[in-house]
Design a binder for this molecule. Sequence first.
Ligand SMILES: Cc1cc2nc3c(=O)[nH]c(=O)nc-3n(C[C@H](O)[C@H](O)[C@H](O)COP(=O)(O)OP(=O)(O)OC[C@H]3O[C@@H](n4cnc5c(N)ncnc54)[C@H](O)[C@@H]3O)c2cc1C
Ligand code: SF4
Length: 570
Amino acid sequence: MANFNIDSKKARTYDAIVIGSGISGGWSAKELTERGLKTLVLERGRDVQHIKDYPTTNMMPWEFEHRDRLPKEITDANPIASRCYNFKESSAHFFAKDNEHPYVQEKPFDWIRGYQVGGKSLLWARQTQRWSKYDFEGPARDKFAVEWPIGYDDIAPWYSHVEKFAGITGNKDGLDTLPDGEFLAPHELNCVEKYFKEQVSKQYKDRHFIIGRAAHITDPQQIHLDQGRAKCQSRTICERGCPFGGYFSSNASTIPWAMKTGNMTLRPHSVVHSVIYDDKKQKATGVRVIDANTKQMMEFYADIIFVNAAALNTNLILLNSISSRFPNGLGNDSGVLGQYIAFHNYRAHVSAEYEGFLDSTDDGRRPNGGYIPRFRNVYKQETDFLRGYAAGFGASRDTYSDQDGIGESLKASLHETKYGNWSVGSHMMGETIPKESNYVALDKDLKDPFGIPQLKISVDYDDNDEKMIKDYVEQVTEMFTNAGFKNIKAHDGHRNPGNDIHEMGGVRMGKDPKTSMLNKWNQLHACKNVFVTDGASMTSTSTQNPSLTYMAFSARAVDYAVKQMKAKSL
Ligand SMILES: Cc1cc2nc3c(=O)[nH]c(=O)nc-3n(C[C@H](O)[C@H](O)[C@H](O)COP(=O)(O)OP(=O)(O)OC[C@H]3O[C@@H](n4cnc5c(N)ncnc54)[C@H](O)[C@@H]3O)c2cc1C
Ligand code: SF4
């Protein structure tokens, strides 16, 4: 029996464990296995294999029973997921269902989750901008949160590293607010977007409008072909999973790549309960897992652990990792674990019409949009709110058909597309300020179906966000007016925090162990063999989309961890 236990323990021991197989976990797994580490990837959801497990990817609109809408009983049962624009008949199977995965909303918070191999990388909108030096310098200059322990130059080579492998389309625009990357051929702006670009640069020295940067292979390189991925066909139904691997997902890219090394063991249906801390060894020795099928608790062991469960679940796991050394959560000597949560303020939109270019259309598809990089408070403080916002911008030609008539005449008129004016629209992407009062904690009484405490989320907008919304509406309205757009309408959708799906913080990086959880290598100050490289680690939020930065942090932290292991310092 004793021998059996030793053998069984050996079989459950690896060099490294990665918790979560989404965007950040996929990258951690790739980098660890490429460096020869036997790596266990623990994923709470089911396996989703590239192509094989994309059941709707080649379905035509008429093949869906509900024409890609969801019946009322499903939307009623999932009010939170339903507020995500991608929760559709063709992609609902990639969303965690509200009623199966309860949490406590002390204040309204839409927690959108993807619980399967690949996580939310199957569903994301693939916008991938680098953060700039102004983003990393923000907290120190504007005196909020804590100073970042790294600057843009520390992360820049790792941006290049992940961009080349993932495949990012973009144009080299030469803007210091939005550094250029290793781009594949850019998508094109349409005629009204080109016109708006000209107007913006004519009228503003410090404002720009550019084509978006996105994780799509417009021009496959050998490294993409080696992954078995091909050129994006611009089908724009990416959220179903792409059989071409045209966009970056863990499923199409990092996970199969890690598997090919022969060093990865992927264990789906494995809900991580907590990290095991050994008081004597003064380090983490493994993780406790609940098998989602049998509900049996088991343990796995490793020398290093990467926590990549997505920002809020990473907080939950660390808060639930209690030991006599860490009674308030793993590595939580500072007491800041779970605090300083922030997100992106996506509340406002501005729409309008343009009466020009009536001899042109925008037929065809493009899985990308236009982008106005942040221009507020970049070089100095100039408004009554801190930080700023980026904005999306797109133009499309309105179409309709005459629906009067009956029989043959109706059929004929439905076939004849008529064109209206051009519609233009913009949405804001504002930076929010991480605050102690925006926090997550374990609920004292309520448990999830696995017996793990439910996460209590208490996150809200503040006065800074309200002022920023007002400024965004004023500035975009002015830019639209100057461009000659008509019928300008602004709208505050009052969407809940979380609906932006860019929640960050709670396990922030910082220079001082008294006020932060992680050092500059994403390593817990107080438990050096545990690394956090997902959104939980972010000290502040920038205005740019965050996932490219999680990828870069994951690759950088693995490089450091493996060097430390080889030098026997870990
Ligand atoms: C509709 C949509 C649009 C988006 N658009 C963009 C965009 O344009 N640009 C951008 O940068 N970001 C975008 N995002 C956000 C992006 O998807 C996330 O930032 C990114 O996926 C985060 O990576 P992650 O590895 O932290 O988490 P995920 O990709 O969510 O992966 C986390 C994984 O951990 C697993 N897990 C969780 N808890 C446990 C546990 N206890 N035990 C074991 N496994 C666990 C989950 O099942 C999941 O597989 C979008 C998201 C959505 C849904
Ligand atoms: S747009 Fe490109 S990435 Fe998206 S589904 Fe189509 S081919 Fe795939």
